[in-house]
Design a protein around this ligand. Structure first.
Ligand code: 5GP
Ligand code: MN
Length: 335
């Protein structure tokens, strides 16, 4: 099945009468995943739909300021409840991911659901699992596309300050506060959202000035003891071992943003944050300009993402993954 393009007339009809709707986003939900799903939830509720937001794993504490987020369901905490909700859903929105393997076992539940599936996403290489797809890799964020979705349904009146703030969260987190991945449209959407009353100063403060002492200490450890520069390849790598996870009691969200620090070094064009997890080694990659870490992640680490921000994983020893990454990186560096 090829994913259908979005058909707003059909979607208007689908949303016309109250339905059971599930909104799903990806594992380790980030600001865009959370902002888009919470925004669309409130939007859909305005039609009278019964909406449940499900994440495969828990959300970072940083986003607990978003009103109603505590009502979302976490698959890891209650798989039966989540599977039941998915199986009963008449409509499923899949936001900020485009392949069912990004949501683990929830992917199987979605595959088995016979309802209508609508994907809204901005990652490369979408898989054809949905009935309707608003898939646009030129968008800064899924939140930008949710704004477009609401406009194309001619439902701007339903876009209140709260929905606008949720969507703004994705805009600022996926662009690093408008530092990358922006287009003229990103600023247009930001302007329209701000006109709806978004307090962007407050949002930036909530999201970017929220490190705990522990996180700051961990960042110090990463920069002082775990940063390796490959000057000949304009690349920086930070790795964390299982022992680091124990010693620093690293929890969900504690490592957020560390990879971006590496790109602050002059001349560095590729940043890799490689972590030893209980069963896998996870890679979080960033690049500048034409270097595609998406291609690298897809080709060598069963991953994907965007050209300049991607990730992947390997079932191997940390040392093996570090060696493999170092051996493939020259292929991507053109001087
Ligand atoms: P992060 O490094 O912030 O976890 O992820 C950066 C980007 O890469 C995000 O857009 C994310 O969706 C994508 N990404 C991260 N890990 C994976 C992965 O294992 N597989 C795929 N397909 N994409 C990933
Ligand atoms: Mn995103």
């Amino acid at each position: 099945m090829q994913p259908q393009m979005i058909d707003y007339t059909a979607i208007k009809k689908i949303l016309e009468y109250p339905k059971d709707i599930v909104v799903v986003s990806h594992r380790n939900p980030d600001g865009d995943a959370i902002g888009s799903s919470m925004g669309i939830r409130r939007f859909l509720e305005k039609f009278g739909h019964n909406v449940k937001v499900i994440y495969p794993s828990d959300y970072p504490e940083t986003f607990s300021f978003i009103r109603g987020i505590e009502q979302c369901e976490i698959y890891d905490s209650d798989p039966e409840l989540c599977e039941k909700a998915v199986s009963q859903a008449e409509v499923i929105f899949c936001l900020d991911f485009n392949a069912l393997d990004r949501i683990d076992k929830l992917g199987v539940a979605i595959e088995n659901n016979m309802g209508i599936k609508i994907m809204i996403d901005h990652h490369l290489d979408p898989e054809p699992f949905s009935d309707y797809a608003l898939s646009d890799t030129t968008a800064s964020s899924t939140c930008e596309l949710v704004y477009e979705f609401i406009q194309n349904l001619s439902e701007d009146k339903k876009l209140d300050r709260e929905i606008s703030e949720s969507l703004f969260v994705g805009l600022i987190t996926d662009t690093g506060s408008f530092k990358y991945a922006t287009t003229p449209r990103t600023y247009e959407v930001a302007s329209k959202l701000k006109a709806k009353g978004v307090d962007d100063y407050q949002l930036n403060d909530y999201i970017f000035n929220c490190m705990s002492h522990k996180q700051m200490t961990l960042l110090g450890h990463c920069l002082a003891n775990r940063l390796e520069i490959l000057p000949q390849h304009d690349t920086g790598i930070i790795h964390l071992t299982k022992e680091d996870y124990e010693n620093f009691s690293i929890g969900r969200g504690d490592t957020e943003g560390i990879v971006n620090q590496i790109l602050m070094i002059k001349g560095i064009r590729v940043a890799a944050f490689i972590t030893e997890q209980p069963t896998i080694v996870k890679l979080s990659l960033r690049s500048k300009g034409d270097i595609s870490v998406q291609d690298l992640a897809r080709k060598y680490f069963k991953g994907g993402g965007h050209k300049n921000a991607a990730g992947g994983a390997a079932y191997a020893k940390l040392e093996t993954v570090l060696d493999k990454f170092k051996s493939v990186i020259p292929e991507y560096i053109t001087k």
